[in-house]
Design a protein around this ligand. Structure first.
Ligand SMILES: C[S@@+](CC[C@H](N)C(=O)[O-])C[C@H]1O[C@@H](n2cnc3c(N)ncnc32)[C@H](O)[C@@H]1O
Length: 211
């Protein structure tokens, strides 16, 4: 089940900023040439990410789950002067394509793209982050959250994608992925060290602000 019906999606896309040409190209190629294209953030969610990032004006961003780099470039639009984004993906088959997209963008020198298992790479990072985007293997949402939490600045954001999981979370489906996401959402709801809300954007974006 798609949470946004096609008519509403098209309307929302008309009343936000237009999709930059490179992102249009990435979205088109992702749908034509890459497996599981529906993982791409896309126009409306991309503009939500871009606007949120501009409000925060971050120095350091961490993205866990690059895929084709669409959201990476949306985050990069809002980086502060001298800021950078580290983005991690385990899928080396996409590396050349994604490095090509980043090279064509205005943000090539701000993006630190690493290939490997985020569960191994994240514990090696020394930076503190203004924004962390968790969008990889959903079973590890809580592990990533716990791994990065101490490196998120007070007032910083942790954003987690797909927390409504195509409506399966509301239907309380009992498959493993859905149960993991429900468990993650429940843990965040109980966490008193953060302010939080789920935006019903695309597949559900959890916006979590560290107090
Ligand atoms: C939903 S996609 C990311 C979409 C992208 N952030 C966007 O918004 O366009 C999830 C990505 O996580 C990656 N991934 C899955 N498990 C991972 C892991 N353990 N470490 C790093 N990346 C992982 C997958 O290869 C996939 O490209």
């Amino acid at each position: 089940m798609e949470l946004l019906n096609e008519t509403l999606k098209l309307y929302l896309e008309q009343y936000c900023e237009p999709e930059p040409e490179l992102l249009k190209h990435i979205d088109r190629e992702t749908h034509l040439k890459v497996l599981m294209p529906r993982m791409v953030s896309g126009h409306y969610q991309g503009r939500v990410i871009s606007l949120l990032t501009k409000l925060v004006n971050p120095k350091n961003i961490l993205e866990i789950g690059t895929f084709t780099g669409y959201a990476t470039l949306c985050f990069a639009e809002g980086l502060a002067e001298g800021g950078k984004i580290i983005t991690i993906d385990i899928n080396e088959e996409l590396e050349d394509r994604v490095r090509g997209y980043f090279a064509q963008s205005a943000y090539a020198d701000k993006i630190d793209y690493r290939i490997g298992n985020a569960m191994e790479i994240v514990p090696t990072l020394k930076e503190t982050f203004d924004i962390v985007f968790i969008d990889a293997d959903k079973k590890n949402n809580l592990n990533y959250y716990n791994l990065v939490f101490n490196q998120v600045k007070p007032g910083g954001l942790i954003i987690v994608d797909n927390v409504l999981w195509s409506g399966k979370v509301l239907a309380q489906k009992e498959d493993k992925d859905t149960s993991n996401i429900i468990n993650f959402n429940d843990e965040i709801a109980k966490d008193k060290s953060v302010e939080k809300l789920i935006l019903p954007v695309r597949d559900g974006l959890f916006i979590i602000r560290k107090k």
